[in-house]
Design a protein around this ligand. Structure first.
Ligand code: SF4
Ligand code: SF4
Length: 96
């Protein structure tokens, strides 16, 4: 049976702030470079709609970049950085 995704995306909640991209990149060694993050905010409809797109690997399993505010739980830092619930943890995946 396919594994449930770890991160649920609710595009209509996304404000395009890009905190998720920055938070992900912040945990990598070297200079901050959101272009190398595992998540990217696409601009749809001529720039009118922000749409988060995650790497497949991020969807499948915890990436190891723990969100500072969620120590002890496998909450990726992109999820912790999202203030608008556009990215949330799928409880079904977290506890299997
Ligand atoms: S799941 Fe991890 S690697 Fe993927 S975007 Fe979020 S913080 Fe980055
Ligand atoms: S942090 Fe959340 S609201 Fe901001 S761009 Fe990323 S997914 Fe969208």
């Amino acid at each position: 049976m396919p594994r449930a995704p770890l991160i649920l995306i609710t595009p209509e909640n996304c404000r395009g702030c890009r905190r998720c991209e920055i938070a992900c990149s912040w945990q990598d060694p070297g200079p901050l470079n959101p272009r190398l993050a595992g998540i990217h905010i696409m601009k749809l409809d001529n720039g009118g709609i922000d749409y988060p797109v995650l790497n497949d690997r991020c969807q499948d399993r915890f990436c190891g970049k723990a969100s500072p505010g969620n120590s002890g739980r496998n909450v990726p830092t992109c999820v912790g950085a999202c203030l608008f619930d556009a990215l949330t943890i799928n409880q079904e995946n977290e506890h299997d």
